[in-house]
Design a protein around this ligand. Structure first.
Ligand code: AMP
Length: 631
């Protein structure tokens, strides 16, 4: 994989190590990583048992872990409900009137929900869900822009043991339809519109189109944000406010077995169909709770700002569940980092006194382009700890982020995946930092680097693996257990992450990107197969192959190679029509930036497209072993 080596070169050029700020270490929950780590993996079950006891359960577990490789059950026999620990637990404490969520709309509108108010909204929504006859185990699709109702709806489902499936509101109708069909959702909760850089994006028509072929959908609940409200077709379509209006603010919570599914979240894989990653109440609760607490050294006085959208896993684990489990004050803002101007996020940090700021390399690179004068205009002294997630952060962006925020706030480069549920490899506020490295495994986690045959790589490059189970691990791929098994069968005995990684002499892990056919555009995971299948649907296309190409801001961009049907001529209009087709099928994030028309694609003798070869050619690199090439 030449392209990985190339990145590796640039990453390893940065030799500077940043020691942790002593005053931060003094206050931190974990002051000595080596000691804490050694102790945690000497007996991981004891470690997780201790962490789980920091939360409230309705009845205890008989066993911390039942490991029937590769199937795991955590906190066996215990009953709990993640929402009890996100809300009810705090209502019985002084946090009752603490601010839970500060939401800022793209237009500057502000909504503040205390723990008490959030709980009342959640209870009303849960009662409203009951009026639709929904029960434990049913699935509800949530297709909402980044507004508080998204959080309310997720928690309301979880409160009743209903499984939520949040779909990012940037997906187009066919992508939404595929996710609703797979989940067999009975209800969809959506909004009339979302806003993006001042533009109004209509969502309801997307839902209408998506559900036209989804017979399982019984009701559509619509949050109407626009004054000129979208007309609704009763009784199938329900206005959110009316739905909640007469509901009680009290709603008994359903105690659940710890292994009860909490949500399905669809993520891209190497084949066309998205994978429904399943997470459960008990273990996920323990994993997201403790990582939020230790990685960000989260204290009650903090204001925690995570820029993710709950439509992705970061939003699930580190806007909604992890922070609420800790009783934190969360800032969440609709919109882009440079709208209405590139001071947007810095101004929010100043206004709300943000102390923890969790963002992405793509956003940092975007803000870098506008220059240091933007952050310099604002008072960022409230910041204490920074975070990055979603893709490797290049040292240049790391150092820029560090410098503009005051050259004293450590950056937690957190590595994890939709499937892992929680952060698995990360620095802690007490550990020395190497820009570009996600550091070492979190407590209780045995992450390592292996070669293809399962030998541990002492120093050097290989595949990132996790050797033992962890509480927030996915339990299966919805309706597709074989795809779950693949994670554990690729290298027998361990969980293969799909990432290539380098381990240095201090045991620091340097994640280099994906080993498989997954592209990360602006931190969003897109399967090359999904884009290819959208392209092939186009009437002018015979075959398509998609690769990821390095991109200055977005990390990677999509390039497509397309073989046209005989007689079809290449033209700018055709290229545009191909792009539009991907836009309409999958959404903006999946549209190839470059499309090249080719006469044929390189294939293996067994007929598989050799994307690796296309990529090597594109990047001017050595194609490596081509012995399997057909022609
Ligand atoms: P997702 O499930 O969409 O969050 O994507 C997970 C993938 O994102 C991982 O397999 C990595 O390829 C990449 N990733 C996430 N966090 C990091 C990080 N801190 N450093 C490098 N790659 C990351």
């Amino acid at each position: 994989m030449p392209e990985e080596h190339e990145i590796l070169e640039t990453l390893l050029h940065v030799k500077q190590v940043y020691p942790p700020p002593p005053q931060l270490v003094e206050q931190a929950y974990i002051k000595n990583y080596e000691e804490a780590y050694r102790e945690s993996i000497a007996d991981p079950e004891r470690f997780w048992d201790g962490i789980a006891r920091e939360l409230e359960w309705f009845s205890p577990w008989t066993k911390v872990l039942e490991w029937n490789y590769p199937w795991a059950k955590w906190f066996v026999g215990a009953t709990c409900n993640i929402v009890h620990n996100c809300l009810d637990r705090h209502l019985n404490s002084w946090r009752k009137n603490k601010v839970a969520v500060i939401w800022v709309g793209e237009d500057g509108q502000e909504r503040i929900l205390t723990y008490g108010e959030l709980a009342r909204q959640v209870n009303k929504c849960a009662n409203a869900l009951k009026t639709l006859g929904l029960q434990q185990g049913d699935r509800v699709t949530i297709y909402l822009p980044k507004i508080p109702e998204q959080i309310v709806a997720m928690l309301a489902c979880a409160r009743l043991g209903i499984v939520h499936s949040v779909v990012y509101s940037g997906f187009s109708a066919p992508a939404l339809e595929a996710r609703i069909r797979d989940a067999e959702a009975r209800v969809i909760i959506t909004a009339d519109v979302g806003y993006d850089r001042g533009k109004t994006i209509a969502l309801k028509p997307v839902v209408d189109e998506a559900i036209a072929k989804c017979p399982t959908i019984e009701r559509v609940v619509v949050v109407r944000r626009e004054a000129s409200a979208t007309p609704l077709k009763t009784p199938r379509e329900i206005d959110w406010n009316e739905w909640l209006h007469d509901q009680s603010t009290k709603c008994d919570l359903v105690p659940l077995d710890a292994e009860t599914p909490l949500y399905i979240l669809y993520t891209s894989g190497t084949t066309g169909k998205p994978k429904g990653v399943v997470h459960v109440h008990g273990g996920y609760m323990v994993g997201t709770y403790i990582t939020t607490k230790y990685v960000f050294d989260l204290k009650d006085e903090d204001v925690y700002f995570c820029v993710a959208d709950p439509g992705w896993v970061t939003g699930h684990s580190y806007i909604v569940y992890g922070p609420l489990l800790n009783g934190a004050t969360i800032l969440t803002a609709e919109g882009k980092p440079d709208y209405p101007n590139p001071g947007r996020w810095w101004s929010l940090i100043e206004r709300y006194g943000v102390s923890i700021f969790y963002t992405t390399p793509t956003a940092i690179r975007l803000l870098m382009k506008y220059g240091e004068e933007w952050p310099a205009r604002y008072d960022l002294s409230s910041l204490k700890i920074l975070g990055s997630v979603g893709e490797p952060i290049n040292p240049e962006a790391w150092q820029w982020f560090y410098r503009v925020t005051g050259s004293s706030k450590p950056i937690m480069d957190t590595w994890w995946q939709t499937e892992t549920g929680m952060i698995l490899v990360t620095p802690l506020p007490c550990t020395p930092l190497k820009p570009g490295s996600a550091g070492r495994p979190f407590l209780g986690i045995e992450a390592d680097v292996m070669d293809r045959d399962g030998h541990i790589v002492e120093h050097g490059g290989g595949f990132a693996v996790i050797k033992t189970p962890w509480p927030a691990m996915m339990r299966t791929i919805y309706k597709d257990p074989d795809r779950y098994l693949q994670y554990w069968n690729t290298i027998p005995g361990v969980y293969t992450t799909g990432d290539v990684c380098h381990k240095d002499e201090d045991g620091y892990l340097w994640f280099m990107g994906r080993a498989d056919d997954v592209v990360k555009v602006a931190g969003n995971r897109i399967g090359t197969a999904e884009v290819e299948s959208a392209l092939v649907e186009h009437e002018a296309v015979v075959e398509a192959a998609v690769i990821g190409k390095p991109h200055k801001t977005a990390g990677e961009m999509i390039k497509a190679f397309v073989v046209l049907k005989q007689g079809v001529a290449e033209s700018p209009d055709l290229i545009q029509s191909l792009k539009d087709h991907v836009l309409n099928t999958l959404g903006k994030i999946a549209v190839p930036q470059e499309i090249e028309i080719v006469s044929s694609l390189p294939k293996t003798r067994s007929g598989k497209i050799m994307r690796r070869l296309l990529k090597a050619r594109e990047l001017g690199q050595d194609p490596g072993d081509i012995s399997t090439l057909e022609e």
